[in-house]
Design a protein around this ligand. Sequence first.
Ligand code: DGT
Ligand code: MG
Length: 370
Amino acid sequence: QTNDVEVALFSVPSYACQRRTTLDNHNTNLTDALSLLAENAELSDEDGRGVAFRRAAAVLKALPAQVTSMSQLRGLPCLGEHSLRVIKDVLENGESSEVESTKQSERFKALKILTGIFGVGAKTADRWIREGIYNLQQLRDSGHALNQAQKAGLEHYNDLNQPVTKAEANAIGEIVQKAVISVLPGSQIALTGGFRRGKLTGHDVDFLITHPEEGREVGLMSKVVSWLESQGFLLYQKTTRNSYLESKDGPARPASNMDRFERCFSIFKLTKGEEQGTTQPEKNGVLWRAVRVDLVVSPISQFAFAVLGWTGSKLFERELRRWAGHEKDMSLSSHAVFDNKQNRYLRATSEEEIFAYLGLEYIPPSERNA
Ligand code: DGT
Ligand code: MG
């Protein structure tokens, strides 16, 4: 007889876009810990560390079973010294001391509260914290001048920090659908973001809008927004103009990973009961709630790239672009893919074609939850 326990070794490819990652995560104890450290790094302007923790968490999300011992991790990619230390702590002690101390730190708590305000990013939150502002009341009392987005964010703080359900996303989808066909018959919408990946809740609802005839989508956003406003559906909106046409450096090389589609950041006023299947009683007699909604308009010629780019997850997108650049000498964006070797753009009308160009097995949205 032997006391050797057979330890299953997992094998995982190193880019998240080479893996199938469903929502069925067998290692939430570990991925929650690593995700919290990633979030803390991102909120502290340490993006490199943030990505390292995100990559480590994503590897664990892709495993077919729960990890119970460090020896099972041998040979897995993306697990750096720091991530391994956190994992070891959780496996051996049930929790990570670094995660627990981060969670309890006044700075982290304040960053979470302040960036929970729509329109407030890590930089602004950090500046306020250095002035001694740690919560909403201190912010209100400080007399700081807030921009329109932040005012709306503060006003609807509780609603916007309550997860959006799939039923609510569907209800908003029907409203957006009605808006687009009212202002331009034949227009089409696609639900993107986390809900397209099968998530049951989200922090917002993301839609892509297009029209099957190239060029007809020009001017569409302002008409859709006006329609929604006239019907009383918008509590706040800010539309940013597409700068793609004016850009000199080409669609595959945006200044950052922000793309150049015409985009509307909005806060919807969703009447309760408008979503199907809710049994929720109205609270305090309030008959509606605020929901963050992002609208993006894409010309049909770029639609497949836009759908791929807006479906996420964020890490999956980042890994797709890294794969394209490092492994295929191509530049991928939400507009196009440029083949540096052939010195030309490659056309695509479906996500499947884009994966094929990149030499990747097709991964459906429900398996992009890296
Ligand atoms: P959520 O909303 O927190 O439940 O999760 P997601 O996955 O829907 O994340 P979200 O809404 O922040 O973004 C949806 C996807 O769209 C995300 O995976 C990456 C992409 N995305 C977000 N903002 C931009 C942007 O400015 N440009 C491009 N190209 N993509 C973006
Ligand atoms: Mg989303």
